[in-house]
Design a protein around this ligand. Structure first.
Ligand code: CTP
Ligand code: CA
Length: 228
């Protein structure tokens, strides 16, 4: 890896990273989920540790080994992820939402396995909205100067979607990945642009997820230094 020595520029800081993808149960054996691997969130946790931070990693269904030195909280659903992130954010200097949070969950959970009936078509699946954790954390700012970062995977006009999403969520930074054609999901490498609420746009060239993670922490550290 062509990276310089890690700078302890996050020493004394507490950062919260969410990683992976939530699963919303339908019955005891089935769930609605997504393809997030958790690798980008784990890279963020590892690089923050290397830069001296105390790291709380809220991990949704990743199956990845715990980064040494991180406080890892395993969660399943969006509701559980919300509870863990809000609690950990109370004394955090930065919160990075790298997890893919299911936008919807089944309106009802069936305590018994759903069985098919001979000759009958299934009922349509009713869904309800999950809470928007990034918007909530951004609006709440548990601590003055807390830096909040979101991730977005977009297609088509990636920058326009990213700018609109940054404004809608109210976060400080939004890491925008272009997806499609096997890009980003489950792969080792990423390519992104980091949009700032201050109007900045920092392109991150194609490279390992660690490099993108370090770029995110550079931008976070700069904002923490100038915070009141
Ligand atoms: N996010 C969140 N809570 C949700 C949905 C998303 O905290 N219920 C966070 C994700 O962790 C990510 C950011 O919001 O950091 C953007 O996620 P994305 O799915 O792109 O945003 P949505 O508002 O759900 O937009 P879309 O309709 O494009 O899925
Ligand atoms: Ca979404």
């Amino acid at each position: 890896l062509a990276r310089g020595p890690a700078r302890p520029d996050l020493a004394g800081r507490h950062v919260v990273v969410s990683a992976g993808g939530t699963r919303e149960p339908l019955d005891p054996v089935r769930y609605l989920g997504n393809r997030s691997s958790g690798k980008q969130g784990y890279a963020l946790a590892r690089t923050a540790l290397a830069r001296g931070a105390r790291v709380t990693l809220v991990a949704a269904n990743t199956g990845l080994p715990d980064p040494a030195g991180a406080d890892v909280i395993a969660v399943g659903t969006a509701e559980q992820l919300r509870e863990a992130v809000v609690k950990a954010a109370a004394d955090a200097d930065a919160v990075v939402m790298a997890a893919a949070v299911a936008d919807f969950r089944p309106a009802a959970y069936a305590a018994s396995k759903i069985k098919k009936q001979d000759g009958q078509e299934p009922e349509p699946l009713a869904l309800v909205r999950n809470p928007d954790i990034l918007a909530e954390i951004s609006a709440r700012r548990a601590r003055p100067g807390q830096v909040v970062v979101g991730f977005a995977a977009e297609t088509d006009d990636v920058l326009a979607h990213g700018r609109a999403k940054l404004a809608r969520k109210g976060c400080d930074l939004l890491v925008v990945n272009e997806v499609g054609d096997g890009k980003a999901f489950g792969t080792e490498d990423n390519e992104a642009v980091v949009l700032g609420a201050d109007g900045s746009a920092t392109p991150v060239p194609h490279g390992p997820k660690e490099a993108l993670a370090d770029q995110v922490w550079d931008l976070v550290a700069a904002r923490l230094e100038t915070a009141p």
